[in-house]
Design a protein around this ligand. Structure first.
Ligand code: PLP
Length: 397
């Protein structure tokens, strides 16, 4: 059958992360689960807040079930959007209202809808390496072109000179992800101000409007006194793509939202285009019950201390063994440089000691692996001797 080749290719190509995960399951059946150190997936390892479960029970027991499970309006339940608006304004004081919120099935849907709403064919979207690999899929499916901006390798902040050189009259949007998957880096205020200054300068020079898309499913996962700038406060043409997948440990429930800055140029049209893209992609009426659940849980958070404990053990141990790691301030990923500068080589060698990590060449920068530390603390403890063996193979220290 003459089906769509691009979609066939996309669906047939297995993601390396999934492949590693499947390998881990096979290996566990051969040598025992406790002897496999699977750091491949970004699936939250801490429980959702208790209030999530309590709210579900209360909704099921006390609500009219046809209303609870029925359609909401396409853009999301009005009361839910109002609650989100209040939460955003209370925290970031941006003067947003419920007519600028669109409820979605998580950040993936938020990004797909936003890109489809704003892009015309062949317009460019700048992404900052290292970047979440699905960006490529979302951008190209919206008929756009991916342009990669390189980081400063010393701290993985954005290389502003490189970024400026990548902006052309065809640049329609940039996607910023902070805290970052896969580096764990939080872009500091100086970096954000630099990016926004360049956006304003280049938009003026080219007579264009460039949209800043903030992909922030990890906003709440930061360790210590770290400020994650809210980008609407720094740039007018800003759209936030948010998700509760990580902040409330609800990735399988598929719930998030798009928030549009009230200062965005032609804001009403952009919101209508978001509604149009949601409609075209079939992303209308996000999961009804979970809209109502998150409304009651906007002030809740997960057990960040567990992630921090994991980060500290893993980071300190690997640095002590001589690995070159970027210290993550947020998310739950550790980005490690392959001692041979070859990500696949490190991935293969680690595999020999049953350590499963992700080679990250597809994330836009060569020679690094990602270690997801959203895992049980005792698995990290058990894995340290295996990392020691890996360090010996590379003659570190
Ligand atoms: N953006 C980034 C950077 C991610 O890491 C992920 C998921 O891991 C997503 C978006 C998609 O999140 P969601 O599960 O909410 O669709």
């Amino acid at each position: 059958m003459n089906i769509n080749k691009k979609m066939l290719e996309l669906g047939s190509k297995r993601s390396i992360i999934r492949e590693i995960f499947e390998f881990g399951k096979i290996r566990a059946s051969e040598i025992g689960k406790e002897n496999v150190y699977d750091f491949s997936l970004g699936n939250p390892s801490v429980k959702p807040p208790k209030k999530v479960d309590e709210t579900i029970v209360s909704l099921v027991n006390n609500c009219n079930s046809t209303a609870l499970h029925g359609y909401t309006s396409a853009t999301g339940d009005l009361e839910v959007r109002k609650a989100i608006t209040n939460n955003i304004n209370k925290r970031f004081n941006v003067g947003i209202n419920e007519n600028l919120i669109y409820m979605t099935c998580g950040a993936a849907a938020s990004l797909s809808i936003t890109l489809r709403a704003i892009l015309n064919e062949d317009e460019e979207v700048i992404v900052f390496a290292p970047f979440f690999t699905e960006y490529r899929v979302f951008i190209e499916s919206a008929f756009g072109k991916v342009v990669v901006s390189n980081p400063l390798e010393k701290d993985f902040q954005i290389d502003l000179a490189d970024f400026e050189s990548k902006i052309t009259p065809k640049t329609k949007a940039i996607i910023l992800n902070s805290p970052n998957n896969p580096s764990g880096v939080v872009y500091n205020e100086q970096t954000i101000k630099g990016v926004c200054q360049i956006l304003n300068k280049k938009s003026k020079e080219f007579g264009t409007e460039i949209v800043l898309i903030s992909d922030e499913p990890y906003r709440e996962l930061v360790y210590g006194d770290i400020n994650v700038p809210y980008l609407m406060n720094y740039y007018n043409n800003c759209i936030v793509c948010y998700s509760f997948s990580k902040s409330l440990s609800l990735p399988g429930e598929r719930i998030g939202y798009i928030a549009i800055s009230p200062k965005l140029t032609e804001v009403k049209n952009v919101y209508n285009a978001i509604c149009g893209a949601g409609r075209a992609l079939g992303y209308v009426c996000a999961p009804s019950m979970f809209q109502k659940v998150i409304k009651e849980c906007l002030d809740c958070s997960v057990d960040i201390e567990s992630y921090k404990k994991n980060r500290d053990l893993l980071y300190n141990s690997l640095v002590k063994l001589g690995f070159n790691c970027i210290k993550p301030d947020g998310a739950f990923y550790l980005f490690v440089k392959s001692p041979s500068n070859d990500a696949f080589d490190m991935y293969e060698k680690a595999k020999q000691f049953n350590i499963l990590i992700v080679p990250c060449d597809d994330f836009g920068i060569k020679g690094y692996c990602r270690i997801s530390y959203c895992v049980a603390y005792d698995m990290i403890e058990r894995s340290i001797p295996a990392f020691e063996k890996l360090a010996k193979v590379y003659k570190l220290n």
